[in-house]
Design a protein around this ligand. Sequence first.
Ligand code: SF4
Length: 387
Amino acid sequence: MHQKQYELYLHLPFCRQKCAYCDFPSFAGREQEMETYVEAVLTEARLRFPQVEDLSLSTIFIGGGTPSLLPPLLLKRLIEGLRGILHFHDAAEFTCEANPGTLTQAWLETAFSLGVNRLSLGMQASQERLLKLLGRIHTKADVEASVSLARGAGFQNLNLDLMFGLPMQTMDDWLDTLRFALSLAPQHLSCYGLILEDGTRMKEWVDTGKLTLPDESEERDMYDAALRMLGDHGFHQYEISNFARDGFLCRHNMGYWRQVYYLGLGSSSASMLPSRKSNFFCVREKNPDSLDEYLSLIAKGQVTRKREEITPEDARFETMMLGLRTTEGVRYDDFEHLHGVTLQSCYGEKIQSLIRKGLLEMDDLGVRLTRTGMDLQNQVLVELMDD
Ligand code: SF4
């Protein structure tokens, strides 16, 4: 029996309005169903619990959606209910996502008093015209007010999500966004390049020529500017999109990239659990994306049966795919510990070929992407996958 640590991801799929670029499974106009949903999540936790022995949660991440839309009393019901079912490790990192424009002092104080010790705010940009274009409900002043309320409530560990590569975003806009974010003294910053997703309004505007995106080299320059500015301000890059001050990297995400087992609760969440069959590495179970489907499944006293067994070959590739996102890369000892075979025996020749192309580098500890490799990560993965 595996006795590894577990992480928990809990999805709250409610949003005030749908952002123009968003294809996450989140829904506007359904806030009246939040109470039913919280009860469904607690029921799911009770149903799933017997599947996992020796469960101790090392990290908890409540994401969305917009978890800060949950009224404080419901947030209390949810977290106290979970604590009654699942064991939270005393030193667990407990993150809640929240959006400026929805945060209140009561919500923040409730979250903090219930053990939430890390807050992740969706700031995105500091220009009103870009926030409007993205379909965000907040203003720059809301970001400032949210950070100040969060500090007042006791939060010492704060992340801000930022976006670059946006239509109508200039390099000066991006530098101003970074400067404004830094002026708020966060412990962690996530900088995401815009990805145009099918079915979003943003994609339609770009496809029909109403908007144009910065070209690849402009986007690369924005990314490089972030690397420089954040480095100059004491932030360490530990993953392609993530930067932290010493001691503040996100343990939950690191666990995900290092393939720590996780439990998912709520619509569209996934769980990765040890396999009971020795010839499979693990089992992944996925909840329905649809809120209605999820609620009706739980109302019938069931948890999802959508399961996928991950073979050792697939698991080894996932180790490469996830580990290479981090600046530490894939360590030889971690790979061997996870898979019982050496990294060299599985990928030795391909790694050498990618090193010759300047896309990977290696040392005594492991292998990682070069700066060029970060831009060409897909090419690296395709070459590692090829037989
Ligand atoms: S707030 Fe986040 S989850 Fe909600 S619509 Fe916007 S991007 Fe999507």
